[in-house]
Design a protein around this ligand. Sequence first.
Ligand code: HEM
Length: 133
Amino acid sequence: MTSHMWFATLTVAVLCFGLTQRKKPKLHAKIMTLGILMDLGLVLKLQIQRDAVGAAISHSYGLLQYLHFSTSGLASLLYFPVLYLGYKNLKALGTPHPELRLRHVKVAGIAITLRLLGFLFMFSMIGNLKGGT
Ligand code: HEM
């Protein structure tokens, strides 16, 4: 495993822990924001240092590796509406907001599912990295 893979493992652990705290919305919001920022930071670092998107396009990989790129990439894009809806829910705490809450749960549910799939597919990258660690 590379250092990036260890960091991704830590990030997923933070996100899973934050999910277990969903009944404590303020704590949940802080932990999930931390996990999302760690994840986006990793994506940015991989893009700047290794041109991750360019490498995914220009090299030929197998199905599992492409599934890793697509699920992880989609999860990263969904993080932005998740943050937006999460903070809207945070602001609305104390007032009834069932629709807003449901929208957050739906979008965040898709994002975390994609992220967990991307994490599992990440292990297919071991031994398949093109261009170093
Ligand atoms: C992928 C990331 C996330 C997932 C999977 C997720 C999931 C959830 C779930 C399932 C609930 C419902 C809790 C319940 O059963 O009552 C919830 C509630 C909540 N989440 Fe998240 N969340 C995520 C990210 C965030 C972020 C980034 C924020 C804030 C910035 C946030 C703020 C909240 C708040 C305030 C509530 C309480 C809503 C309410 O009951 O009014 N979440 N989240």
